[in-house]
Write a protein that binds this ligand. Structure first.
Ligand code: FE
Length: 337
């Protein structure tokens, strides 16, 4: 009895040993990487005797589920980013789970109202600033990114990336579309270069003096600190937890959903409950410098060092609902242009 893990690129997805009918199994489609899931699934098997089969992919899981329809062997999907999670709901590929354990472990703003997804970890979208060229406390909110004082001093990845879309969606939820458009224009006007690269590249750009301020997820910074080659760049920047004294810092999630087909429904719900438990939550969050979704889990490692976070309490569902408006705004201000 060993947890079978199949690392597969999207192209290799067809030849995987997934069984739709065997007892004592649960089948997982995952956008999350093997090193994150392996310790969790081993712990789950140890506790329940249920074996996990995993298909890892970088994209295309929703399409695959759609294609397989009712015959899909998948029981659960594990993914990151609220818009990707919500896509599963909108395509009617997942079903609600009614579980007291999950409702107890996962706060209401971090799960779907009908249990169609549950957050397992959260990640904060932070402002990174140059330790050299920006004083501590000089910028404390997302709103200030549009101030003239940052003209030519900000770098970001594409405005169309889901992480930025979710942030812009949260701005719309708090300020309305018109005000958010003005803000986004102001931010665009402050860019030192065309949006490009990922969040880590913005940290590198600050270290290289290309810009002084950027936006990025908490774990990229944490994971760069843990990597010998990338540590010097990370050490050149300071983390700002925006809006900590106000409405709170924007967070996104990684989550889990029960598929509509779910041949091993009972085992799948057991897995979901297990993953929301304090034991699993602390393993999971620590592996990628994320925050546990379960508020009863003590922070450990780097995130504990960074101190308690004041997350925006806005429901992630509400952020998902504003996605289309955010995408339109990014186009209208030609953010990437
Ligand atoms: Fe990421």
């Amino acid at each position: 009895m060993r947890t079978k893990l199949t690392a597969a690129a999207a192209i290799a997805l067809t030849a995987l040993p997934l069984s739709a009918s065997a007892d004592g199994e649960v089948n997982i489609y995952s956008y999350r990487q093997a090193y994150l899931l392996e310790p969790l699934l081993n712990a789950f098997e140890k506790e329940t005797g249920i074996e996990s089969n995993v298909v890892f992919a970088k994209k295309g899981l929703a399409e695959r589920l759609e294609r397989e329809g009712r015959n899909s062997p998948a029981d659960v999907v594990m993914t990151v980013d609220i818009s990707r999670i919500n896509e599963l709901v909108e395509r009617d590929l997942v079903q609600g789970v009614d579980s007291e354990t999950l409702e107890e472990n996962v706060p209401e703003n971090l799960r779907h109202p009908d249990g169609k997804w549950f957050a397992l970890t959260t990640r904060a979208r932070l402002i990174y600033t140059s330790k050299e060229r920006v004083d501590e406390g000089e910028i404390t909110t997302y709103e200030e990114l549009a101030d003239d004082k940052w003209n030519n001093r900000i770098c970001t990845r594409s405005g169309k990336h889901p992480y930025n879309i979710a942030l812009i969606s949260s701005m719309i939820a708090h300020h309305g579309e018109a005000e958010t458009e003005t803000w986004l224009k102001g931010l665009k006007d402050n860019l030192a270069r065309k949006p490009q690269g990922g969040d880590r590249d913005q940290i590198k750009a600050i270290a290289e003096g290309v810009c002084d301020v950027s936006i990025g997820n908490s774990y990229y910074y944490g994971n760069m600190l843990r990597d010998e080659n990338q540590r010097p760049a990370a050490e050149a920047v300071r983390l700002v937890f925006p809006n900590a004294d106000g409405r709170g810092t924007h967070i996104n999630i990684s989550g889990i959903s029960l598929t509509k087909s779910a041949p091993n429904r009972e085992n799948a719900v057991k897995l979901m409950e297990f993953l929301s438990s304090p034991e699993a939550q602390s393993i999971y969050a620590k592996a990628n410098t994320e925050y546990p979704a379960n508020p009863n889990v003590e922070l450990t490692g780097l995130v504990a060092e960074w101190g308690p976070i004041q997350p925006d309490s806005l429901s992630l569902q509400e952020i998902a609902e504003r996605r289309n408006a955010a995408v339109k705004l990014v186009d209208r201000v030609d953010y990437d242009g």
